[in-house]
Design a protein around this ligand. Structure first.
Ligand SMILES: Cc1ncc(COP(=O)(O)O)c(C=O)c1O
Length: 365
């Protein structure tokens, strides 16, 4: 068979996708992926490295990482039967969509949002129905309700706090949506440790609610690829049937349990990131951007007609941010992750320099 005929055998829904891709640009200050800017301490890494030396590599990890599941359940405040651990929350979203979607199913999204939802919907041959956010980029709850009523039984995916806008859904808004929804709602709370309403308390009341969360953001472990889903035990036991066996390797499993045990080390860091975000928001609002959007997360969305010049100028200063201007509704928008205090100071200085504002190093006392 030739290449052309071979490629024709791949599902057309996959062939027509635009690949999700991020250029691996080298930079000294990396503010483009919403990671926690602080790594874990060396002593903790050494302890884990020793475990890896001692643990036989020729043996499978446990079929289900029960101990880790218990720890995650305790951290989330639910029973272990309501938890599945996965290889990043992206894997959990894939498992959910495999379980919940069928060809006739519509997937309702509130856009702009995390691009993976639409990518998976399209790739799995579903039909994405995108409800625009309001002009101020807050959730249009009335429009979401309308779409749910028009499309009973659809899968709804919402992200709160939302990437890349930074806004979140209140408890009341989530309840209002769930009251009218007759399908499943996947609520991606990858950034919830930084702000917004945690919907875990609603799981008992709404069996059609499933929450995904991650170790990649506040937990400072994006390199591990660990995430989890939370739901009612009955629903989770069904989802377990399609999850791949041994999806969590022994290294990640062990590291995650060590990180949860040491999670108090994160408390101060998360508080610092939140304070830095607020300080950054305040400073950005003094600068001549078209818009600086409120954020309950560890990143800030800005809009500027000079977005390309700003992006290039920051890059020339070793600061990499994310151009999100191709997202729907986000023309001229850039997303900036909150870095360390020092990184944020350099970012502010670089922006002041770009805009020609005086007061360079004003905060470096
Ligand atoms: C909203 C949202 N959900 C999920 C993910 C992916 O998380 P993970 O690293 O757990 O796969 C990201 C990553 O940027 C994200 O922004």
């Amino acid at each position: 068979m030739n290449y052309k005929d071979t490629l024709q055998l791949i599902n057309s829904s996959i062939r027509s996708l635009q690949a999700y891709h991020l250029d691996p640009l080298e930079t000294s200050i990396k503010l483009n992926q919403n990671e926690n800017p602080y790594d874990w301490p060396e002593e903790i890494k050494k302890e884990i490295a020793q475990f890896c030396m001692d643990r036989p590599w020729n043996r499978y990890p446990p079929f289900i990482p029960e101990d880790l599941k218990k720890m995650v359940a305790q951290y989330a405040g639910i029973s272990p039967e309501g938890v599945i651990i996965g290889n990043g929350s992206n894997e959990m979203i894939l498992v959910l969509m495999l379980s919940l979607m069928n060809q006739s199913n519509r997937v309702i999204l509130s856009q702009p949002t995390f691009t993976v939802y639409k990518l998976l919907t399209d790739g799995l041959g579903g039909q994405a129905l995108c409800v625009n956010m309001k002009q101020d980029l807050s959730f249009d709850v009335e429009a979401i309700k309308g779409a749910l009523i028009d499309n009973p039984g659809s899968v709804l995916i919402l992200c709160s706090p939302n990437n890349p806008t930074g806004g979140y859904l209140s408890q009341e808004e989530i309840e209002v949506i769930l009251e009218v929804h007759t399908g499943f709602m996947i609520l991606d709370q990858a950034y919830v440790e930084f702000g917004g309403f945690s919907a875990i308390s609603l799981l008992g009341r709404y069996p059609n609610l499933i929450i995904t969360r991650t170790f990649s953001k506040a937990f400072a472990a994006a390199g591990l690829r660990l995430g989890y889903m939370l739901g009612s035990p009955e629903v989770i036991s069904e989802m377990n049937k399609i999850k791949l066996p041994y999806n969590v390797n022994f290294f990640s499993e062990h590291v995650a349990s060590v990180l949860i045990k040491n999670r108090t080390l994160l408390d101060g860091i998360i508080e610092e990131i939140k304070a830095e975000r607020d300080s950054l928001l305040q400073t950005l609002r003094t600068m001549p951007f078209e818009n600086v959007y409120p954020s309950a997360s560890n990143f800030i969305l800005i809009r500027s007609f000079k977005k390309q010049e700003i992006f290039d100028f920051l890059k020339s200063r070793g600061i990499l941010i994310r151009d999100v201007s191709k997202y729907p509704m986000l023309q001229d928008c850039l997303r900036i992750s909150v870095g360390t205090r020092q990184e944020n100071m350099l970012l502010k200085d670089a922006l002041r320099e770009f805009f020609g504002v005086s007061g360079l190093n004003a905060e470096c006392k």
